[in-house]
Design a protein around this ligand. Structure first.
Ligand SMILES: Cc1cc2nc3c(=O)[nH]c(=O)nc-3n(C[C@H](O)[C@H](O)[C@H](O)COP(=O)(O)OP(=O)(O)OC[C@H]3O[C@@H](n4cnc5c(N)ncnc54)[C@H](O)[C@@H]3O)c2cc1C
Length: 430
């Protein structure tokens, strides 16, 4: 009898982990992703602020499955699913399945604001992190020949969203302002550079402990970041951020880290979705009412007694759910009962800057130098292969001792950097 075919949509934390665990268990596996590499999202902000090269946090999917005849990697955009005939439709053709696993994660949520979508910089993929790095670096090239009138929009950087992504990014930008930029541009006055962190709620790091919330804000403010809580970004036209309370900030750089929404493939009924565009699943990660379609990682929404509002959208959850699903695929081969998914929260953390991090464990929370080392160690452990762990570690060690990096490359096709710079200045003058 032919092996059963599992099609996995998405090579992120959940999809990749699942494919790796079940690759030798007697299934035919097809792993489909729109990129040919896995992306380590927690360190996107370090790519955006020129601390790490994109290649050190991206891993070619084919390399993970070299010489594995039972795993077929496909570079394709998933368009939809037809559950009636057990088929996935993609940009590269259709794929039939016996079991389907949806692990397509999330994308940036602009809450329906088309202007913000058009003009703001998101950070939900390696390419977006590179685009943001180009923008940040081009800003300072622009500043060299800008008029006094143009300067505020160039020298204001606004980060919307005070969750871990926004906090980490704002902290990293503040360190760039203090340690790196004055060396690169010795003639420029960086006291004019303002970094704003604009958060709609009353605190930064909303889901964390009170101590971590307070400390993160304290760290940021000490580092010179202007933290505006209870402030909602209402609109942005590429030049001016407008807040709901009427305040405005002129800027060419609005970084949007204010929300995510599930990448739900077409063909999933609306009734199966909950807030945040997540797919409701049962305790075995199966779509409710389905025996052979699973959803894992950020895209899935499972209510349990410990997590009545669903699990947090974290890499650890995605990994743990993938492991549980892999375990259940083995049971399915042997017609054994499935095991429900139970997540033991190991804690959450965020870093703000050098020797400044906050960690919440289930039984205690702590901040500062030790938290920072814990954050670094655990993130290194999460990175996929040894080579990348070493590269990231070396980069971190160098910047720890020198407060510098050597990665400030504006990577655009020949002439485009100058073209883009001139275009922006033209727009600024107009
Ligand atoms: C900036 C940032 C910082 C973060 N920091 C942390 C952190 O410090 N700690 C932590 O635990 N978590 C962090 N997270 C969250 C963590 O990255 C996610 O929880 C995790 O990536 C979820 O894994 P996933 O497999 O569900 O989805 P993802 O990792 O997002 O993978 C989804 C995959 O599906 C693919 N895909 C999507 N749609 C399609 C389509 N239509 N066709 C083909 N392929 C498709 C994507 O290309 C992607 O490879 C962070 C996230 C971001 C964005």
């Amino acid at each position: 009898m032919a092996n059963k075919r599992i099609v996995i949509l998405g090579g992120g934390f959940a999809g990749l982990q699942l494919a790796k665990i079940i690759r030798n268990t007697g299934y035919e596996i097809t792993l489909i992703d729109q990129y040919n590499f896995h992306q380590f999202q927690p360190l996107f902000y370090q790519v955006a602020t020129a601390r790490l090269e994109p290649s050190s946090i991206s891993f070619p999917l084919r390399k993970v499955f070299q010489r594995k005849h039972c795993v077929h990697v496909r570079l394709a955009k998933v368009n939809g699913i037809d559950m009636a005939v057990q088929k996935v439709m993609t940009s590269e053709g259709d794929f039939s399945y016996d079991y389907l696993v949806i692990a397509t994660g999330c994308t940036t949520n602009y809450f329906g604001n088309k202007n913000i979508e058009q003009f703001a910089f998101p950070m939900k993929s390696t390419t977006e992190a590179i685009a943001l790095r180009n923008r940040i670096l081009l800003n300072f090239e622009d500043a060299l020949s800008a008029t006094a009138e143009e300067m505020p929009a160039i020298m204001n950087i606004v980060v919307a969203g005070g969750g871990p992504t926004g906090v980490e990014l704002a902290g990293s930008l503040a360190e760039m302002k203090r340690n790196v930029l004055p060396r690169d541009y010795p003639d420029m006055d960086f006291s004019q550079l303002n970094i704003y962190l604009v958060e709609g709620g009353p605190v930064t790091l909303g889901p964390m402990s009170k101590a971590s919330q307070q400390k993160s804000q304290e760290y940021l403010e000490k580092m010179g970041v202007q933290v505006w809580t209870n402030s909602i970004v209402e609109d942005y036209d590429g030049k001016m951020v407008k807040l709901k309370d009427g305040r405005t900030i002129p800027t060419h750089t609005l970084i949007w880290a204010a929300g995510v929404t599930g990448n739900v493939p077409g063909g999933i009924e609306k009734e199966k979705l909950v807030r945040g565009n997540r797919i409701r699943v049962d305790q075995y990660s199966r779509l409710e009412g389905s025996e052979n379609v699973f959803a894992i990682g950020d895209i899935s929404y499972m209510e349990t007694p410990d997590f009545p509002k669903g699990h947090p959208q974290l890499a650890n959850v995605a990994n743990a759910q993938a492991k549980n699903t892999a375990h259940n695929f083995r049971h399915l081969l042997r017609n054994e009962p499935l095991k429900p998914f139970k997540y033991k929260n190991p804690g959450t953390m965020a870093t703000v800057g050098k020797r400044k991090a906050v960690v919440d464990l289930p039984f205690m929370s702590f901040q500062g130098r030790i938290a920072w080392f814990v954050w670094m160690f655990l993130h290194l452990m999460l990175i996929l292969n040894v080579r990348n762990k070493i590269i990231v570690f070396i980069n971190w060690a160098i910047s720890y001792f020198t407060n510098d990096t050597t990665l400030r490359l504006i990577l655009l096709p020949t002439g485009k950097a100058i073209e883009q710079k001139n275009k922006e200045q033209g727009a600024g003058n107009g």
